[in-house]
Structures are given as C-alpha cells and as structure tokens.
Design a protein around this ligand. Structure first.
Ligand SMILES: *[C@@H]1O[C@H](CO)[C@@H](O)[C@H](O)[C@H]1NC(C)=O
Ligand SMILES: *[C@@H]1O[C@H](CO)[C@@H](O)[C@H](O)[C@H]1NC(C)=O
Length: 511
C-alpha cells in the first residue's frame, strides 16, 4: 500500500514542479509588438507557468501568475514624426540604417530602465527560461546571459537571413528575399545581385556600428551583480536554444529551416474572439452586399492622411454597393451612408464575420496572418518595413492586389476592389491557404508551450543546435581548400619555371 502512495505523491510533486519561471521580453513600443508578447504570455500563463513580462504596455489586472515589468519609458523614444502616413507619402522609404539605430535606442533604454535593473541586481530572481524578441539587434541575448538561463529568440516575421544566421546560417541570397525589400524569388540577375549586396551592406552596417558594443559593455555591472563573467556579445547572440518564428508555410515560402526553428505563426490570435459592439454587429449583419473592412493597422493612423485623399476615398466608397467599415481615429465630415467610421476595431471578430468579404490593409504581418486565418482576400497598401514583401507574397499567392499609397490611389483602389469582388478566384485561393494554415498537428499555441517546456527540461536543448554555427565562414566556403589548390598550383608553377630556367644555365656552365 505504501509504494503506490509514494508514487502518487512523487507524481503530484512532479506536476507542481512543472510550473516554470519564465521571463518574456517584448520591450518595443508599438501595438503589434505588444500583441505578439501578450500572445506568448497568454499561452504560457494558461499552461500554469510563472511569467515575468517585460512590456511597455502592462495591464492593470492580469492573470495571477503574470508579473508585469513596466518599460513604458520606451514610448518616449518612439519616432512619432517619421512613423506616420503623411511622412511616408512625402519621403523616401525608411532606410535600414535608421531602423537599426532606432532599435538600438529601444534596447538600450530597456536595459537601463529602473524596473529592469532591479531584477538584474536581485540575485533572488531566478528564471528557468527567457524568451526575447529579436528586432535588428542581438542585444536581448543579454537577458539570458545575465540571468544564467537558456533563451529563445522570437522572430516576428517570416524567416529571413538576418535571423536564420543566428541559429544556423544566413539563407542564400540567390533564392531568399531580404525582409525589408520588395520582390520574391525566382530573381532576375539584377535582383539576385541586389539581394547579395543587401546582405553584405547590412552586415557591414552592423559591423561598423560601435554603439551596439558600447551598450553591451554598459551591462557589465549586471553580470558582476550576478557573479558571472560577461561573455562577448558574438558568443551569446548565437547561443539561443531555439527560435520561435511568427511564420507558417501557408503565409510564406517553403524555405529550408534548421531543427531549432519552430514556426508558430498565428499564435497571437486568441481563440476567444473579442466581442463586437452592438451597433457594429448590426452594420455587419445587415450589410446586403458584404462588408469591406479598411484599416491601416495600429501604428499608422488613417487620420494622418492628407485631407484631399480622405475626401477622394470617401467619394469612391460612396459609389460602391458594399458596406465599408473604416478604422479611423477621428470624426470625419461628409461620410456617405454605406461607410461606417469606427475609432477602435475588434479586427479578428470583423474578419471572422461571414459578411466581411474584403480587407484593405497596410499589409502588416499580423494583419496578413489574420486574413489567412479567417480566409479573407486583401488589398494591400504597403507603407514600410516588411509590409511590401508581405503584400507581394499575398499577390503572388493569388489572394491579393497591391495598391501603392499616393494622392491618386482612390481610382486604383476602386478598380482593385471590383476585380477582387467580381472574380471568385481570390476568395477561393485564400480559403485554400486557410485550410493549409489550419491543417497542423497541433495549434501554434500548443507548440509554443511544448517547445518552451522542452528547452527547460533538456537544459537548453543543445541537441537542436545546428553544427553550422560552429564552422567558420572560410571553412563553409572551402576557402582553405581553395588556398591549398592555389598554393599547390603556385609551387608547381615555380618548380616548372625553375626546371626550364636551370637547364640553359647548366648548359652555360658546362660550356
Ligand atoms: C550557451 O547556452 C547553454 C545552454 O543554455 C549554456 O549552458 C551556456 O552557458 C551558454 N553559453 C554562454 C556563453 O552563454
Ligand atoms: C544608453 O542609455 C544610457 C542611459 O539612458 C545613456 O546614458 C547612454 O548614452 C545610452 N547609450 C547609447 C549608445 O545610446
């Protein structure tokens, strides 16, 4: 009798012990980053783990097992002057150097935020795992190294060379597109060269930039407080246990991925959809010809559009038979009967509604993921960052049209709307992709929890580490072999030259 009770007790203890202390670091100011961080926290908290969540948007009331570490100071550094629609219409596309610099600022602020310092300086705060967002800098690897815990990178988009190099190797530019660019493989000769150039250029930018190293050096007191030596950033950056990718093959391409890459695209979508306000529900239910939902996302505000453009869009919408729901942050004058302006939108619930027939979007990665999740075709108006490539992908997959942001876009938008809604092939295509998206052995949330726990239970999952990480560039490229061949050829050449030179000289001597 005693033995079974002991076994039972042991099992119970094991189950209690299965609650791990996990830190989740999503410090970037921006709604989409918060949505992604919140999603990770939601799944892990529901699985019963103790979560410490570094976020610029802490909730007042959250689950009992979630502790919020407020880094809302990061909002002070938010470049509001450049991150608005008017600016994007008037200027050149955002350049990579600006993105890198801005991101470094956020990383630095986060590390020096008093609430974060407090954790580092308190050795009682121990963690079993740290999950950090990657955003154009490897600095967040420091969270794992300082706290002495295995860490997981979160890549917020489809896999691309900049993140894959951290867990395996940079993807081949001949057939994989840079995330900030436009255009998809197969590439023309010019595009292929440009992709290679981008990889070299961005590597150069990162190499030349000294501020990342300076910020990392400034973390020395944290390592000291924890009694740890500070390893070089280059060492810890490539030491993640795995990478969660906010991606899925239905959204991107079937690229080669290492074992340590786990695609969990769509995990941010809560299976419990947010409620739709009553008046909006009526608009949706009563739309005779279907609803077009129009939103430029959470960072870009439609209110920043030039007045002239707003007017031309309203005029064009008035000519449509469809109902239009436009997420717009201010009260608009002269709104036609079939257009409904809403300040805030329960986006997933609208996309889920059977009357919703089309989504006009900026093509952010979360929005494009949601369109495939709910099987709705889109018109993409890309504005910055990965939005161009997201929209190009959707167009190539056959469920989207691209319209570029311009003063005269209303006409082009109208043509695109009619094309998509009069030809059933767009909706059929997105439904097909939606099936592929949902047809997985486990939900992305379940995978997330499984692999996070797997890393903890296997102490950093070293068995998933790609051997490519430990091979220097010259060996991968066989530059040593090349050098050897060149050397042998040189020796042979010299020897041959000597033999031919010596012969006449010998003859000369004997004569
Ligand atoms: C690399 O990760 C492993 C597993 O998490 C850990 O044991 C090791 O200390 C890490 N190395 C460095 C330099 O942080
Ligand atoms: C990082 O932040 C600290 C404190 O806010 C500041 O003193 C320092 O200049 C910053 N470093 C860089 C490289 O931006």
């Amino acid at each position: 009798m005693k033995l079974p009770i002991a076994v039972l007790l042991a099992t119970l203890c094991l189950q209690v012990g299965d609650s791990f202390r996990i830190m989740v670091v999503f410090p970037l100011p921006g709604k989409s980053h918060t949505i992604l961080g919140d999603g990770i926290v939601r799944h892990l908290a529901a699985a019963g783990h103790e979560i410490t969540y570094v976020t610029p948007s802490p909730r007042k009331i959250g689950p009992k097992n979630v502790r919020y570490i407020d880094v809302s100071e990061n909002y002070k550094n938010f470049p509001t002057d450049t991150m608005n629609l008017k600016h994007f219409m008037e200027s050149e596309p955002m350049d990579t150097k600006f993105v890198l610099e801005t991101m470094l600022k956020f990383h630095n602020e986060t590390y020096h935020c008093p609430n974060v310092r407090e954790i580092f300086f308190d050795p009682n705060q121990q963690f079993d795992l740290v999950i950090v967002e990657w955003m154009f800098s490897e600095l967040n690897a420091g969270f794992g190294a300082i706290l002495g815990a295995p860490f997981i990178w979160v890549s917020t988009t489809e896999p691309h060379w900049l993140v894959l190099r951290l867990i395996d190797e940079a993807s081949n530019p001949a057939f994989s597109a840079d995330i900030m660019g436009s255009g998809l493989p197969p590439f023309s000769f010019k595009e292929r060269v440009s992709q290679l150039f981008t990889q070299i250029f961005v590597r150069g930018l990162k190499f030349m930039d000294s501020s990342e190293g300076k910020i990392y050096s400034s973390l020395a007191p944290y390592f000291k407080a924890r009694g740890r030596d500070q390893p070089p950033l280059q060492e810890i950056a490539f030491n993640a246990s795995l990478m969660f990718g906010n991606s899925h093959v239905s959204l991107g391409q079937a690229v080669t991925l290492p074992e340590s890459y786990k695609a969990i695209g769509g995990y941010h979508i809560d299976s419990k959809l947010p409620p739709i306000p009553e008046d909006l529900q009526k608009v949706l239910d009563n739309a005779k010809h279907g609803v077009i939902y129009f939103s430029m996302g959470s960072n870009l505000k439609s209110k920043d559009l030039p007045d002239e453009l707003k007017k031309s869009l309203l005029k064009m919408f008035a000519e449509l038979k469809y109902t239009v729901i436009w997420k717009f942050e201010e009260v608009l004058p002269g709104v036609p009967d079939n257009v409904h302006i809403i300040q805030w939108a329960p986006q997933t619930s609208i996309l889920d509604h059977p009357k919703c027939v089309l989504f006009i979007t900026h093509g952010g990665h979360l929005s494009t993921t949601e369109t495939v999740h709910f099987g709705k075709p889109i018109i993409g108006i890309p504005v910055f960052a990965d939005q161009f490539i997201n929209v190009d992908r959707a167009v190539a997959k056959g469920f989207a049209k691209r319209v570029d942001l311009s003063m005269t876009m209303a006409d082009k938008l109208k043509v695109a709307i009619n094309e998509i809604l009069q030809d059933p092939k767009f909706t059929a295509k997105v439904k097909e992709l939606s099936f592929i998206y949902h047809d997985r052995p486990a939900t992305p949330g379940a995978e997330l929890v499984h692999w996070a726990e797997h890393v903890i239970k296997t102490r950093g999952a070293p068995h998933l580490r790609s051997p490519a990480l430990d091979v220097p560039f010259y060996q991968k490229m066989y530059l040593d072999l090349l050098a050897l061949i060149v050397a042998v050829l040189l020796v042979i050449r010299t020897a041959v030259l000597r033999i031919f030179k010596k012969k006449p000289s010998k003859k000369q001597k004997t004569q």
